[in-house]
Design a protein around this ligand. Structure first.
Ligand SMILES: [Zn+2]
Length: 313
């Protein structure tokens, strides 16, 4: 994998479900910053307190954990579409959101949108768009995996209906079927590179060849399922190998993520340009990422290139 030492951002990754090895490999591959959207955990939560602690960990422990490996961690806060269907719980979560959306390191309301496109999902999507508007924050929209095209168009129409400017909205999990509609309407179009299925990075190369690099964003959406936290660097590498200019690669794997979520005022290039100093002697709530006898890394972390295949199919 050769990314010509480009700085990269993965603007959609669920690090809560990943290991410290992933952080190390991501940092070595050039990832300087990540955004972790609030999402569901594989099984439904039964108490609002579980959401509260989860949101707290996104702005607290996980941010600390990333810092221990030289990566800047940001997050988006929201009620995911799947769990929005539990109306009694959703009402309580809606009351928690304002306490979190303005915390340090929160760069948007997300990931929100539709899963099964039910009336209840619609209700809480709209309520959260109102919240985003009130606090003037970007919105990260999860588009449904079933009936994707209709769900994507509906998501955008609802944003516009609520008076949200398209350049404040990142429409996520696009594919060849949805990209044109999203770009034509002026929204940011994010693509998730999944291993084995759906959007592989060879398809991503073709999309950038066809549509260029304006408002297109690449992410991994790596989580507790089969996924690849190195999707962004692997895609950057493959794009360069397939003749896409370094300037275009820099836009889709770095700059566009910064320009969109930077509108929150919470994410600045200077956050990582001033150096990726780590101090693994530090603790958070009395906890360290190190285990007995390990020598803490203190100082600059340097990116090196030593990873295998750069194709994600
Ligand atoms: Zn996600």
């Amino acid at each position: 994998m050769n990314t010509h030492n480009l700085m990269l951002i993965d603007p959609h990754i669920h690090m809560t479900s990943r290991t410290t090895d992933d952080y190390e490999r991501m940092q070595k591959a050039g990832i300087v910053a990540i955004i972790e959207p609030a999402f569901w955990l594989g099984q439904p939560r039964t108490e609002a307190g579980s959401f509260k602690d989860y949101f707290s960990s996104l702005v607290g422990w996980e941010r600390f954990r990333a810092s221990q490996f030289g990566i800047k961690h940001y997050c988006t806060i929201g009620l995911n579409s799947k769990e929005a269907n539990n109306e009694a719980l959703a009402e309580q979560v809606m009351e928690l959101l304002p306490l979190f959306v303005c915390k340090e390191g929160v760069v948007g309301v997300g990931e929100i949108g539709y899963d099964d496109q039910t009336p209840t999902e619609d209700k809480y999507f709209r309520a959260q768009l109102e919240l985003a508007k009130e606090v003037n924050m970007p919105v990260q929209v999860h588009t449904p995996h079933r009936d994707k095209k209709a769900g994507t168009i509906k998501s955008m129409e609802v944003c516009l209906e609520h008076g949200i400017a398209p350049d404040m909205v990142v429409i996520d999990h696009n594919n060849e079927e949805t990209v044109k509609d999203v770009l034509d309407r002026g929204f940011w179009a994010a693509f998730t590179i999944y291993p084995n299925s759906k959007m592989g990075n060879e398809r991503m190369v073709e999309i950038v060849k066809q549509y260029g690099s304006e408002r297109i964003i690449v992410n991994s959406s790596a989580d507790w399922g089969v996924s690849d936290p190195l999707s962004v660097p692997k895609t950057a590498s493959l794009m360069l190998e397939r003749g896409i200019s370094i300037e275009d690669v820099r836009k889709v794997c770095y700059q566009n993520a910064l320009d969109s979520f930077g509108k929150s005022g919470q994410m600045h290039e200077s956050d990582w340009l001033k150096g990726t100093q780590v101090d693994q002697r530090e603790k958070f709530s009395d906890n360290s990422v190190l285990r007995g006898g390990q020598t803490p890394v203190v100082g600059e972390v340097k990116a090196t290139d030593s990873l295998d295949s750069n194709i994600v199919r």
